[in-house]
Each structure stands twice: as C-alpha cells, then as structure tokens.
Design a protein around this ligand. Structure first.
Ligand code: G6P
Length: 607
C-alpha cells in the first residue's frame, strides 16, 4: 500500500527521500514521487513505475532542497500514471501533499472546490487535499489552521505530509486511521509510514494518534489535537537493528524469512514458558474475567486469519470456550453478537490493516475486551487495543507472510495454554506436555529446512500446472488454506483449499489426469479417512503430494514430504513450512518476483 517519507534537516533531502522509499517498496506500489522545497518554488518529480526510476528523471540530481516529502502509490482512485502519482500540488503551487489512505467524500469536496474555481488534473481523491488547504489559506488562515480545517472536512482515512511555499522551513503531518511515525535525530526530522524505513537514520520516534497534527521544523516539533490544542508527546526509543531487514545472502526476502522461522519461533516463545506458570507479558487477565467469557472472536485478514483458524480447536479444547474466527472486512459490517463477556482477539503482522483495526474499534464500542497480536512495535493496533502482545518474528518484508504466520500460531497456542492454566480448564500434565512440545518446535523446524531437495524436485515437476487443490481435515484444512493462499499470491496459479471430506460434494468433478492435489495429513485419528480421499483422486489420474508425519504405507504414493512428529494440535507450525517452500520454488521456476507479487500489498492500510 502507499508509503510516505518526509525529511527536514541540513542535508540534501532527495537522496534521503528516495532511500526511504526504497525501504518502503515491500509494502507494494505502482508509482513513486518526491517533492522538495527549492529556492522559490516547490519542485515535484514523479512517475509510474519503480522507485529506482526516479534516479533517471531529468533534473533530480539538481534538487538542493533540505525539506521534502515523498510517496509510493498503490492505485485506488485512478490508474497508475504520472498525473495520478503523488505528490500533488494545489492550483497555485503553494501547497504540496502526499497522502496514504482514502478520502471517502472526495467527490463532494471536488464539486465544492470546482464551484469555487479550482481545477483538477488527476483522477485521485488526494488532489482535493492541497486545494482544500489552499481554499482555507486564501481566506486568511495560517498554514497550520488551513491544514487543520481541511483535515476536519475529510471523511475516510489519511496520513498526510504537507509543505508550503511560503513556509519553506516547515512541514505539517497529520493522521487518521493510517500509519505515520516521526523519527528525530539531533538536527533532523524524518517522517515515514513505518519504523523500518527510518531505522538506519534514527531510533527515536514520536507516534501520532488519530486526528493529531504535527507542525515540524528541523529543530522543533509541536503536536496538536484536531481543535488545535497543543498536546505533549514523549520521544520513544525503539530497539531494532538496521540490518535486520537485509537479505543476509539469501536470493529473496521470502526465502530468508522462511529460513528465519526457527529463530522467530524461539524468540516468540521467549521466556514465556520458563516458569512453572506461563508468563504472558502484557496480559493480566483474571480467572474471574476469563470464567465469564461466553465466546472468543478471532478476527484478522489473509494469513493472519489462517493463524486464527489454526488455533481455534486448541482454544476450544484447552479452555472450553467457543471460538469464532472471522475475516475482518466481514466482521466490521455485520453487527456481530458482542457484549462485555466477549473477548475479541485481533491478529495482524503489520498492526496497520485497516479492516482489522476497524473491526477492533467495533468490538470496543460494544464493550468487549480486545487483545491485539502484532509483529510491529508501536503499530497503530497497539494504540487501539485494551491489551497487545508482540510476536517476535523480526521485520517481515516479503509480501507473502511466512515467519509471521508461524510466530502467530506459536503465540496463540501459548495464549491458549495461559488461559487454560488460569481457568484450570485442562489438566496440568496435558498443559505441561504441550509446553514441552512447543519448546521443541524451533529444532523441528530446523530439521525440515536442513534438506529440501525433495521439495525443490516436486516444485520443478509441477510448476507448469494451471490449477492445484489443497486438501486436509480438521487442523490440516486450516494449513491447506494457507498453502493455497501462498501459492496463488506469488505464482499466480489458481489454487483452492477444500476439507478432504467435501471432495465428493463438488471439487472431485474437476479432478482429471495431471491435476495436482496437495494433501496435508498430520492427525493420526484421521489417517485412514484421508488416505481414502487421496486414493479417490489418484484413481482419477491426479498427481498427489502428501505432507505428513504419520506412518503408513507410502509405496502407492510418488511424492511424500515427511515432517517431524508433533501432536496434531501444533502441527500447522511445521506442516506449513514445506507448503511455503513449494510455493516459493514453483514461483522461482516460473521466473516471477517472489517478494513483490503483482497487485498485492504487504500492509493493507485502506479497506
Ligand atoms: C495482506 C498481506 C498478507 C497479510 C494480510 C493481513 O494481504 O499481503 O500477507 O496476511 O494483508 O496483514 P496483517 O498485517 O494484518 O497481518
């Protein structure tokens, strides 16, 4: 999704802005642009295409300004084109704006501005913002007041940076439901959509809340609420190493992140299982509260939602509380049955997903307690939830989520045990056995990654297929869904997950000679049943790939990927790894960009 970067300091802004944009590339985008404050005017350089193309734009090296704003655009209103790229100027070239988010009432504002003599040169919703600011400025308001009045007219979501020709030393930034951080070093201020883009410049940050505005000069920042009352803010130091987002010798981020899973799992477990009772930093839920819970909603999008599906049964079995897993974009608009005895858990790698945050706000407004699980320190969701807990996967750059998913599963399983301990809803020995198994997960993940020749060979064999099915029963079905998502995201092969038992109710009609069917089989009680399903597709000519930790006669099957033994409850954390690798190597065979698949964004900050 769109990314924004800003700089005010003593150095030439343009290289810093472009460098920042390169770090935000992983979010997904189709156009890029920068704007700097030059001697008497604002200079804008932008085009569709990659950030590195900015280096080729005529005159970019002549920009001398030390104040600037920059943007990567992921098209929502209007196709990718130079005109629609940000930054956008107002009609008088006095204000220049970059914007992340969606202005829902832009049509009304455009009509209003047109009636007042303004013209528009792009199809974007954003272009109303500099013109609206200009409208208020011409009425005699100063820079800050004009931005404030314009923001109060906007409906929807925004993180904006604004520079003004008449105030060449300043910048104003504001946010509502869209991410924005401000980094500060001695005599420089940096602005960005996320911390990793700035971590090589500074590790101290201010975080804006919704509806707040910051008025920035190189040695001073003032913060205001939407009535322009000044608010004070603490500078927060963030521990994140600058090279944690490098490729570390791997060909792509996705492969690196797949291989980082043992470490990510280990760090997510952290010290939580060291004592006799689980230590869950950040949560202090009482037995009295937990006993009253009538149901748990787990709400998320994409891979994070699959993590919810992967722990649903474990929560229900261990804690005796019904769990409903829902897609955030559905949940937020369907008036779910929530009261003060409902616990809502939101899972989000980025902590910025617009639908997930909106779904959280909905539950809060209905009196439920909310817990956010996120991988990004100080992300927006942490400011909205009653409680938050971090997964410790480290920065995830590849669009297709891998280590965040396994870390979410680990964390959620520990949370289920934590609830069960407080509630005394499961026996001590059962809880202890699961804890021991969790502690062995990093080693077992390493074992899978040690020799992946078999997976590479299978990828080579099946990479030209047009369709693939993923089958599983119970918890294996949740992993089948994640495997199918990984494949379609990056290889563009149509893939569909089905519960094995549903095969006969439709999908078997599509099975013919050469169809690939990937089966996940980790539950000893369901082996026989699943094998008969597999036999049914083999009989019809399908190529079957089986991922299993079970013992059965494999002589009838050509492609079996063995994974280490683990109880069914925790099996998704291991069985997903071959599926991630399969998707990765199939995509490499097809010669596609695994890290930046078409049309997708890492951080979906608009709905
Ligand atoms: C996008 C990403 C997915 C991710 C989903 C939810 O679709 O491409 O990888 O699973 O958003 O993101 P979140 O940051 O909320 O986990």
């Amino acid at each position: 999704m769109c990314g924004i970067v800003g700089y005010i300091g003593t150095k030439k802004a343009s290289p810093i802005l472009i460098n920042g944009l390169l770090k935000l590339e992983y979010r997904g985008y189709d156009s890029a642009g920068i704007s700097t404050m030059e001697k008497d005017s604002i200079s804008v350089m932008k085009d569709k295409g990659r950030v590195k193309n900015l280096y080729d734009l005529e005159g970019i090296n002549d920009l001398k300004g030390t104040v600037g704003i920059a943007h990567t655009r992921w098209a929502t209103h209007g196709k990718p084109s130079k005109e629609n790229s940000h930054p956008h100027l107002d009609n008088s070239n006095t204000f220049c704006v970059v914007h992340n988010g969606i202005i829902e009432n832009y049509n009304d504002l455009r009509t209003f501005l047109k009636d007042n003599g303004y013209e528009f040169y792009s199809e974007t919703d954003t272009e109303v913002i500099p013109n609206l600011i200009s409208y208020y400025y011409k009425k005699g308001n100063d820079f800050l007041k004009s931005v404030n009045l314009a923001c109060n007219d906007l409906k929807g979501s925004y993180a904006i940076e604004v520079i003004c020709k008449d105030m060449p030393e300043n910048m104003i930034v504001a946010r509502k439901d869209s991410p924005l951080v401000i980094g500060k070093s001695d005599d420089e201020i940096f602005v960005s959509s996320d911390i990793p883009a700035l971590i090589s410049f500074t590790n101290t940050f201010y975080f804006l809340n919704d509806n707040e505005i910051a008025y920035i000069s190189k040695d001073n920042i003032k913060f205001y609420d939407n009535n322009l009352n000044e608010v004070s803010k603490e500078l927060t130091t963030v521990e994140l190493s600058a090279n944690s987002a490098d490729k570390d010798g791997f060909e792509d981020y996705m492969l690196k992140e797949i291989y980082e899973q043992p470490k990510a799992i280990r760090e997510t477990i952290g010290t939580s299982l060291n004592g006799s009772k689980i230590n869950f930093e950040g949560l202090n839920l009482t037995k009295e509260y937990l006993s009253k819970i009538n149901k748990i909603y787990m709400v998320a999008c994409g891979t994070a939602m699959h993590a919810g599906l992967g722990v649903k049964s474990n929560f229900e079995t261990l804690c005796n509380i019904p769990v409903i897993v829902e897609v955030a974009s559905e949940f937020r608009y369907r008036n779910p049955l929530i009261d003060e005895n409902t616990l809502c858990i939101y899972i989000s790698q980025s902590g910025e997903t617009a639908d997930t945050i909106a779904a959280l706000k909905l539950a809060k407004s209905k009196g439920a307690k909310t817990i956010a699980i996120t991988n990004v320190i100080e992300s927006s969701i942490t400011r909205e939830a009653d409680y938050f807990v971090y997964t410790h996967a480290g920065p995830e750059i590849a669009v297709a989520s891998t280590k965040a998913y396994t870390s979410q599963l680990v964390l959620l399983n520990i949370m289920a045990l934590y609830f069960a301990e407080i509630l005394e809803s499961s026996t001590e020995s059962r809880i202890d056995n699961i804890k021991k198994e969790i502690l062995k997960l990093p080693e077992k993940a390493e074992e899978i990654l040690k020799d992946i020749t078999n997976i590479k060979n299978i990828a080579h064999e099946i990479h030209s297929k047009k369709t693939m099915f993923y089958l599983g029963r119970g918890i294996d079905y949740s992993v089948a869904m994640e495997g199918a998502l990984k494949l379609k995201e990056i290889s563009y092969i149509f893939s569909e997950a089905y519960p094995s038992g549903e095969l006969k109710h439709g999908p078997i009609a599509l099975i013919e000679k050469g169809t690939s069917v990937i089966n996940i089989l980790t539950n000893s009680t369901l082996v026989e049943k699943s094998l008969s399903n597999i036999q049914e597709v083999v009989t019809r000519g399908a190529t079957c790939i089986i991922i299993t930790n079970q013992d059965f006669d494999i002589s009838n099957f050509e492609n079996v990927i063995k994974i280490p033994e683990i109880s069914a409850l925790l099996s998704p954390i291991l069985s997903v790894i071959p599926l991630q690798l399969l998707a990765y190597y199939i995509t490499k065979e097809k010669g596609l960009d695994v890290d930046k698949p078409r049309n997708l964004a890492k951080s979906v900050t608009v709905e």
